[in-house]
Design a protein around this ligand. Structure first.
Ligand code: FAD
Length: 390
């Protein structure tokens, strides 16, 4: 059966989230602690406490770990509402990279690792990073991984350099991807490790200056300088990092789509209001077809994006991996929503590029969405290969 109806309880929760974000979170968008390197940890903690007070913190986490265990479809509805402000997911602890990291750890971490590394992230007390991308190694092609790990039977030693590592500065739970060298104890190959951000072998060289500012603590350049970790630091099985990364990426890509859909709707609502009230050539600009068509194109895109997300979610809720469909969704939604944001800037005229409205921030923040969790071209590369295979 195909059913697009949102159950009444979920719709009520969606409305509660939207109201929370509008009333409590949007006022923080002008807070000076929302810096060029994203919200500070102090701002994040303040927002997290607001969500905690409303029982809206980390609702996606499994019930066994204190969350409500939302299905993928339920997440789509709730995250879209949260995304109305880019600070909404930060407050509700469902922003990247924590959200994807929590998902991965809830699937792969052992009970001790859950207590030490996952539980404090779910509780909103600490942040996490996923360290994969490298200046001259892993990127679009993670198989190029160059960060090296060795194992002597008791300890791992990791050396290498990463960049674009979101939230690196101040994060405590580190998921690190490194290539385990041949050894007599464990399988070799790309492997995930868990580490505490305070380890002396983790050196944050700098925070990069980027055009987005929606992720807590921005994006770091990091060096692993003889990082020594115990055997218990192994996350899952040795040599399986690329499989685990895929496990994390398929749903994580979709949750990006959900949150940005909410942000794009916000931009559209601002553009609509402007089109109704601003006049030119004797009438509201919205009555000029050139403007109304831009708003119509936005409405069409928002609708198509929502349906594409929901379909991939529905597949995953029915036990499918939906890698192909989540790839289609990620490439389509990131491209379409960026066009929506661009048209909203255009409808606003000159103020569209100013911070008189939040549209300018949404436009800048959204640009990176076409790159992370697989650039559009890499998804098309994978989709194209699948199509040709038949
Ligand atoms: C805001 C932001 C946050 C990020 N956070 C993290 C993080 O927390 N942790 C982490 O590990 N990484 C993170 N990344 C890195 C992200 O995963 C990479 O940017 C992404 O995987 C692409 O890799 P790259 O930047 O090295 O681009 P490259 O691999 O250098 O690719 C450059 C371009 O080449 C093209 N290209 C590559 N392969 C193909 C192909 N097969 N066919 C056609 N074109 C192709 C694409 O246009 C691509 O954009 C983040 C990136 C951004 C922008």
């Amino acid at each position: 059966m195909i059913d697009f109806a949102i159950p009444a309880e979920l719709a009520a929760e969606r409305d509660r989230v939207r109201r929370f974000v509008i009333d409590k979170i949007v006022p923080y968008e002008r807070d000076p602690r929302l810096t060029a390197h994203g919200p500070t940890d102090e701002l994040r903690q303040e927002l997290v406490e607001l969500a905690r007070a409303e029982e809206l913190l980390t609702v996606q986490a499994p019930e066994s770990l204190g969350g409500r265990g939302l299905t993928h479809i339920e997440q789509a509805v709730i995250y879209e509402a949260a995304g109305w402000s880019t600070l909404g997911p930060v407050a509700m602890n469902c922003a990247a990279p924590d959200e994807g990291n929590m998902f991965l750890l809830s699937k792969v971490a052992d009970p001790d690792q859950v207590q030490r590394y996952l539980a404090p992230v779910i509780a909103g007390h600490q942040r996490s990073v996923f360290a994969m991308t490298e200046p001259d190694g892993a990127g679009s092609d993670p198989a190029q991984l160059s960060t090296a790990a060795s194992f002597d039977g008791e300890h791992f030693t990791i050396n290498g350099r990463k960049w674009l590592i979101t939230g690196a500065n101040g994060a405590k739970t580190w998921i690190i991807m490194a290539r385990l060298a041949a050894n007599p104890h464990l399988p070799e190959g790309p492997t995930l490790f868990l580490a505490d951000g305070d380890e002396p072998g983790i050196v944050i060289e700098r925070t990069m200056n980027t055009m987005d500012r929606n992720y807590v603590a921005g994006h770091g350049v990091v060096r692993f300088d003889n990082l020594v970790l115990p055997r218990e630091a192994l996350l899952g099985e040795a040599g399986q990092a690329l499989r685990y990364a895929q496990l994390r990426l398929a749903p994580a890509r979709l949750t990006h789509c959900m949150r940005w859909l909410g942000a794009a709707e916000r931009a559209q609502s601002i553009a609509i209001e402007h089109a109704r009230t601003r006049t030119a050539f004797g009438k509201p600009i919205g009555e000029h077809e050139g403007v109304s068509f831009m708003l119509a194109d936005n409405e069409i895109a928002l609708h198509q994006c929502r349906l594409t997300i929901w379909h991939a979610c529905w597949l995953m809720d029915n036990g499918e991996k939906a890698r192909h469909e989540s790839s289609i969704a990620k490439s389509f939604v990131s491209e379409e929503l960026f066009k929506v944001a661009d048209r909203c800037v255009q409808v606003l005229g000159g103020i569209g590029i100013s911070d008189e409205t939040v549209v300018e921030m949404i436009f800048r923040d959204m640009r990176a969405f076409r790159l992370y969790d697989g650039p559009t071209e890499v998804h098309k590369y994978a989709i194209g290969r699948k199509v040709l295979r038949g």
